[in-house]
Design a protein around this ligand. Structure first.
Ligand SMILES: [Mg+2]
Length: 263
């Protein structure tokens, strides 16, 4: 696994050679550091400025793709006119339209009901937060005492089990978060492929730090460049790794210097 900031010649050669770069950016843990509460993950100003410059450059298209709800991710990034994919790509907005993916699908059945049960049963554990994201639901447990985290997982599993068995929902997980999703075949990888359908000549570059990003790495295999943020050992399917959001900021800055010359 190559560390991108040390091994960048081939990478930048490819970038410079391609007529257009379609940049996919995860948010938490990629553009911002992982913090104690989701609302504290503010986008650093330098990163925001880099993204704005890339958006204005004809050589780049930028999409932010996150597990947060579409509304949440849009307000966290705060740049008008970007492509945004929320709820792991179940909600996409950009290029002048807003769509639910897969086309025509609706909110996950039972999400509200599951939230009510989880709220009730998990309220006795300090630090748990159940977040209704519309089409999906997240249980954050970063603030729960380490000794109680297994209990959170066990209660979660017990509550969601009947819904999983009746195939109403699917489960996934990320860094200190458990998730309920509608039982549709959809993930960040499928969202990326859908977005790329209109930009056949673009070179896709995907940067992400978590398990859900691996679906996108897989989808781009042989077509684009995948960059994992974190320890190389966990970078399943990526072409390169970066060590931290700070590295990502440095890479985005390099892109902006390039974008001045790229047409
Ligand atoms: Mg992330």
């Amino acid at each position: 696994m190559r560390y991108l900031l040390r091994d960048q010649n081939k990478f930048f050669f490819k970038i410079k050679k391609s007529p257009h770069v379609f940049l996919f950016l995860d948010y938490d843990g990629t553009l911002t550091s992982i913090v104690s509460a989701p609302e504290k993950a503010k986008l650093p100003l330098a990163v925001k400025n880099s993204i704005k410059r890339l958006k204005a450059s004809p050589g780049f298209t930028v999409a932010v793709i996150s597990g947060r709800s579409l509304r949440d991710i849009k307000s966290m990034v705060g740049i008008k006119g970007l492509i945004y994919a929320g709820n792991h790509g179940l909600e996409i907005e950009g290029l002048g339209r807003r769509i639910s993916m897969p086309a025509g699908s609706s909110a996950g059945p039972g999400i509200k009901k599951i939230k009510t049960s989880l709220d009730k049963t998990l309220s006795c554990i300090k630090g748990v937060r159940v977040e209704d994201k519309g089409r999906t639901l997240s249980v954050h447990f970063r603030l729960v005492r380490p000794g109680k985290r297994r209990l959170v997982k066990n209660i979660f599993r017990r509550i969601v089990r009947p819904y999983v068995l009746s195939k109403k929902i699917k489960l996934s997980s990320g860094k200190m978060v458990l998730e309920v999703r509608p039982a549709v075949e959809w993930d960040k990888g499928k969202a990326v492929v859908a977005l790329l359908a209109q930009s056949k000549k673009a070179l896709p570059v995907y940067i992400g730090d978590d398990r859900t990003d691996i679906d996108a790495f897989r989808a781009l295999k042989g077509r684009g460049i995948s960059i994992f943020v974190g320890r190389p050992k966990r970078a399943v399917g990526a072409d390169y790794y970066l060590k931290s959001p700070r590295d990502v900021a440095a890479l985005l800055h390099k892109f902006t210097l390039l974008s001045l010359t790229k047409v």
